[in-house]
Write a protein that binds this ligand. Sequence first.
Ligand SMILES: [Zn+2]
Length: 268
Amino acid sequence: MIRKIEWVILILISMIVGHGCSNDDNVIANSGGPYAGMQANYVNSVYSDNLGEFIVSVYYEAGAEPYTGPIGLTANDTWTITRTSLQSLFMNHVGRVVTVPSGLAAMSALPNQNKTTWTQEQLLNLAKANAPLSTPTEIAVGVYFVNGTLNGDANILGVQFLGYPYAFIFKDVVVAAGGDGATQRYVEQSVVVHEIGHAIGLVNNGLPMVSGHEDAAHPKHSINQDCVMYWAVENRQNILTTLANFIAGNRLNLFGPQSLDDGRSYHP
Ligand SMILES: [Zn+2]
């Protein structure tokens, strides 16, 4: 039985561990508590050489369907961006299969939740009620596409909460970022990869860094502007500038060299 005061403390802790920045990041670096332990356990499982398959499970509310199909500039499939990025990160995890869906038929439709704004608790409740199954040899991360915004913030494109293997994408904010079909696909995919990146421990979020590349002004984000873990990837006002090189180069792996080093080097 948890007493009222303990709930208050838990709520206060949970308010400071979210990753979802607008212009600032509200994450307290190296915050301890149960969430850091949950995060460490998940990250160690993900980078273990015993893991045979890493699965991206996608869920979407009616009205918040992810983009699929050809990116537009090339014949590349939209979700090849997430798949290639993760395959690049796990390149030294020999034999590992990375499973990412391509079309809506391989994703799970959820009823419209009829929300214009979401709290952290509401998002986590949605994810927990529709969580992918993991086993010791197959671990999944859940990606949830929802309508509306995080706490009314029209600039936050996505969020991940420390300790939970879930990534949330705010479709209305993706659409509001603008751009043509190819640009929109790059915006959405880069937010997916960024939030999965947080969930699986990048940058100093449970995964040890080979070289220091954490942005002191934006904890848990890379100082490398040419890496998807750069803070501005989460922000509607900054994302188009940040992604210009990715789009022009038709890049499929969005992680920068420092992040790739971190993922390839960790074998707990
Ligand atoms: Zn972030």
